[in-house]
Each structure stands twice: as C-alpha cells, then as structure tokens.
Design a protein around this ligand. Structure first.
Ligand SMILES: Cc1cc2nc3c(=O)[nH]c(=O)nc-3n(C[C@H](O)[C@H](O)[C@H](O)COP(=O)(O)OP(=O)(O)OC[C@H]3O[C@@H](n4cnc5c(N)ncnc54)[C@H](O)[C@@H]3O)c2cc1C
Length: 344
C-alpha cells in the first residue's frame, strides 16, 4: 500500500509529492487531466511575478520546474483518472475510487483539487468543435500563434481583457466582442483597450462561423447585436473564446467519507491543513484556513505542512517537521550532480 495518495497534480499536489519524498513517504498523484500542472496549464504563457524567490518568468517554465521537482522521488502518476469517492476503511487505510473503476489504497490522503475540474465553456454553435484543431481557441497556449494576425476575442471577463491587452502588442488587430454594453473586467481596462487600439464590439455575440471552402479554418465571424439583431461580418485569422469555465467540484460532496467544508465548497483547514477526518489533509486552493491566500506561493507551505501531518499520522513518533534540504542527508549524494552542473 502506498503511503500517501495525492488527489490533484497542480502546484499544491506536486509540491506535496516532493515533500512526501523528503519525509520518506511513497506518494501517488492522481489527476483527471492528461498533463500535470493544474490550473497553471490554462495560462502557460502568462508572466508570473508573485512567487517568492523567482524572477518574473513565463508560467510554462515554472510548470516544468514544478513537475521536475514533484516527480523527483518517482511517485506513481495516474493521469486521466477522475476521483469520484474517498473511503476511510480504518485508521491508516483509505481507498480512493476513480470513475474508470480503479481503487487506490494508501495510508493517508492529501486533497489538492484546486477549484475542482475546470473546463472552458465552449461556443454554443453547431459544428464549432471542428475548428478546435485550427483557429478556434479556448486557451492561449502560445503567443507566437497570434503574431501579425487578426484576432477576435469573445468575452469581457478578466482573462479576455488580459489576453486582449497582451496580444495587442503582437497581433495585427485585436477585436473584442461581448454581450454586455459595458466591460465587466478590471475598471481601468476600458480606457487601456482604447489606448491599445483594440476594437470594442459591445452588445455583440458570435452568431456564425464562416469557413474556408476546403479546410476547417474560420475565415469570418458573423456577430449579432443582442438587442437589434443587426449583423456584422468580421474577417479573422484566429478566434479566442473566453467565456469562463465549467466547474465540477462534486467529489467532496459525493464522497462516502465526508470532510467538513466551509461555504459549501472549501475544505475547512483545522490548524491549517488538517481536515475533520484524521488521515485526510488538504493543500492549495481547495483549502480555507485563517492564514489562507489563494496564490501559487501559498500552495507550497500548505503542501509541506500536509506532508508533515501525513508523516506524523502514519508514523506518530516521527519528527513533526522535515529537515531543510541544506542539512538533509537525503540530498548529499544528489547534490553532487547539481554542483557539477554549476561548476562546469
Ligand atoms: C487565469 C489565471 C491566472 C492566475 N495567475 C496567477 C498568478 O499570476 N499568480 C498566482 O500566484 N496565482 C495565479 N493563479 C492562481 C493559481 O493558478 C492557483 O492558486 C493554483 O493553481 C492553485 O493550485 P492547486 O494545486 O491548489 O490547484 P489547481 O492548480 O487547480 O490543481 C488542481 C488539480 O486537481 C485536479 N482535480 C480536481 N478535481 C479532481 C478529481 N475529482 N479527480 C482528479 N483530479 C482532480 C484538477 O484537474 C487540477 O489539475 C491564476 C489562476 C488563473 C485561473
């Protein structure tokens, strides 16, 4: 039986996996997505400024480092597995059940499910999915794709506005369409969009996608005014839909073993990362405690804390905290290859 099952492979789950290794525990990460990285995979090219000790850099670089660190102690990785139930059989024996019928046994569980399973809301137009491999985008994976292009962005939330601002530097033209007559995102954004020469199309919604006669490529978008129903055709190279996310956070409600929740959503962190069920711990965005902030940086303290608590639960006479890496014998041998790299 594995020591710790970690549900969620975002920054909290990955650091919990690393820290479980530091504490001499075998970990397993389960995530429904095909890749590790959690929500950070939604914004790989955004520049992240607010992680202590890291100079601003694109999110994908941080994801790469997190994965390298989180898999360092060879945890078992189970991707594309949706966890649907957690059962405490007895002290130090939990079963985590997945939708595909698998059962995972472990001595402790760390829940690091973030905001649940999130999927971008898709465009409600018949046949739209055939353009998803070409120029209909729900996530901006690479800025390069949009260089010198005519881009239409649909949506007026914070993400849509951020993409409009960031892409306006590279694109030939950015047009922003949204259902409301005013922008609902950051207040200062409306003026900024004007300064950046972004064309705003308020009260407009996407009615139709016109495509190339022989290829699944959108060439024009038909916009329709939500009140007058007047239509306008916009030629496009790329379309970005930013209508928010569909969120599946049913796990904690439907699980046989129930952890106490706050606001019917978050795990109540007792003394930070402990839950109402001994042996189940929480980390990252799903957790709420008095000192909680919902930032990547905060995932790391939660994760180390949860792993320390799991260690004490499984091995009650173990030290409460792990040794820092600079004093830890575990890293003495491993340091040699890192030092070699820096000396060369
Ligand atoms: C657009 C955007 C920009 C952001 N920018 C910043 C920023 O600049 N700086 C910053 O500090 N923070 C930022 N954040 C917040 C940051 O991404 C989160 O705080 C962080 O990702 C939380 O990490 P986590 O590991 O708790 O959860 P997540 O990253 O959400 O990972 C949770 C994982 O659990 C998986 N999961 C959920 N339920 C199940 C289930 N039932 N079965 C299997 N797997 C499951 C999910 O698939 C997901 O991979 C941003 C967030 C967004 C959306």
């Amino acid at each position: 039986m594995t020591d710790v099952t970690i549900i969620g492979g975002g920054p909290a789950g990955l650091f919990a996996s690393f820290y479980s290794g530091v504490r001499g525990m075998r970990a397993r990460i389960i995530d429904v997505q095909p890749k590790l990285g959690g929500k950070m995979q939604i914004y790989p090219e955004k520049i992240i400024w607010d992680i202590g000790g890291l100079a601003p850099k694109p999110c994908y670089e941080i994801i790469e480092d997190l994965i390298q660190q989180g898999t360092h102690f060879d945890p078992e990785i189970c991707l594309e597995e949706k966890v649907i139930d957690i059962q405490k059989v007895k002290e130090q024996h939990f079963i985590v059940y997945t939708e595909s019928g698998n059962e995972y046994h472990s001595k402790a569980v760390i829940i690091a499910v973030g905001s649940g399973i999130i999927k971008p809301l898709t465009l409600d137009i018949e046949g739209a999915e055939r353009f998803e491999l070409t120029n209909l985008n729900y996530v901006v994976q690479s800025m390069q794709k949009y260089k010198d292009k005519h881009i239409l962005i649909s949506g007026a939330g914070n993400s849509a506005l951020d993409w409009a601002r960031d892409l306006s530097e590279y694109a030939k033209q950015v047009t922003l369409c949204y259902r409301k007559d005013e922008i609902s995102g950051h207040e200062y954004m409306s003026d900024l969009l004007d300064q950046l020469n972004i064309i705003k199309k308020p009260s407009m919604t996407i009615k139709q996608l016109n495509s190339h006669p022989n290829e699944p490529i959108i060439t024009e978008v038909v916009l329709e005014n939500v009140t007058t129903h007047e239509q306008e055709i916009i030629p496009v190279d790329e379309v970005i839909i930013s209508h928010g996310f569909d969120q599946d956070a049913d796990l904690l409600h439907q699980s046989q073993t129930k952890v106490k929740l706050v606001d019917e959503f978050f795990i109540e962190g007792i003394g930070n990362c402990q839950t109402s069920v001994p042996g189940i711990f929480g980390a990252g965005d799903i957790l709420k405690h008095d000192a909680k902030i919902h930032l990547i940086a905060a995932c790391f303290t939660d994760a180390a804390h949860a792993a320390n608590l799991a260690k004490s639960y499984i091995t009650p006479d173990a030290q409460e905290e792990g040794l820092v890496s600079s004093h830890n014998d575990l890293f003495k041998e491993k340091n040699k290859s890192v030092i070699k790299k820096y000396m060369s």
